[in-house]
Ligand binder design. Sequence first.
Ligand code: HEM
Length: 391
Amino acid sequence: MSKAAENLDQWIRSTFIELNTALEETYFAQDDPAQIEGNGDDIKAELMQQGRDLIAPLVAEGNTEQRFESAFDVLGNLGFFLAALRRHELTNPEREDESPFKDCSALGMHIAASIGVAPRFATAHLTTQNRAINGVQKSFTSLKDEKIFNECNLYGILAFKRAGVALMRIPGIGVSAPATALLLEEAKAALEQVAQHNKTLFDKMDVARFFFCIRPYYKPYRVGKEIYRGANAGDFAEINEIDLLLGLCRGNDPHYAQILEEKILFMMPDDQRSLRKCLSMKPLLDEFMEALPHHAKEEWFQRNCMLFLEVCEAHGRTAAQHQNMLVKKYIEKPADGVNERHLKQITASGPPLPALVKSLQHLRDLRMAARRDDIETAFPKLEKLRKAVTG
Ligand code: HEM
């Protein structure tokens, strides 16, 4: 890492956190904690100036090191800074046609184009690629609820990854292989871990702190002329690999394909490659359906198909938790009590909340293989398999 990159990293890990936390405490102490403009202006000015001064030498340097890790890290630090400027209303894509931070945008686009990712901070910057120093990872604030949020996200992501890696090994050996039982057990255990981390998050994180002091760092912002959506905890390959390999979601379903297309540049390049590989694999559901008329009574079919159904259920449970517990408690309910003016761009992806919730419900129902008349889900096929293994 160059000296300029190190200086920015140190600042992001120290003063940046202090200034954001001071601003959060100022906003949160007001009767209307969503009122950002006109509050803490001297702290905001300090934040903006210090960040720009540290970024200027990096703009001159560009991505000269050509090392993925350091370039990705600089992009993350730059992205944290821009996300904070957005959060404190020092920029807002609604009132601008172009980011007022031209130098930062140029650096972001230069790095992003050279390594093949979106030119903003992504979930990986806060989770799987967030290197701890002396036990502490990067964050926007030092609020205890942000720590809970980041940690539970990371634990959940790691567990999803564990499940995805196990499932990705199955197409190579086939659904009838004895070792497939082992891999399905592994995927199921990992998805049960996801459910535990979701539950911890649900039990421990404060709603108002999340809604007013953490979530706003995930708003969309402009880099150059384009608006880039905020990061979300789902920007990694394995969640989709699980969907696709189980056969609960399909790459040729227009709704789902749109999600994949839209999120790919928010993933690390390794994840992008892995997801592309998965898109050419045959779903396990299809393998079991093809085997059903010929092998339903075989011992391997009974054992592996039962486990397969349990993995589908475990995946569906995590999707139900995400929607019915996390999105409802931390976004939908608190959004109800907020002034219409503040509700704009409350979501990380940009669309109005009701539209976003509807699209997330669609996804939840695909993952749960729910019985729906209006969209195609895996429900009828899973029903046939269920009958075959439960008699
Ligand atoms: C308080 C906790 C959480 C809330 C309120 C929340 C909310 C949301 C919302 C509103 C979206 C839609 C896009 C956006 O506007 O950001 C989303 C997307 C997503 N989130 Fe979460 N989320 C939470 C935690 C998690 C966790 C812990 C995971 C998994 C580790 C996760 C996985 C996903 C995924 C995979 C997506 C992309 C859509 C999908 O494929 O389902 N979320 N989340």
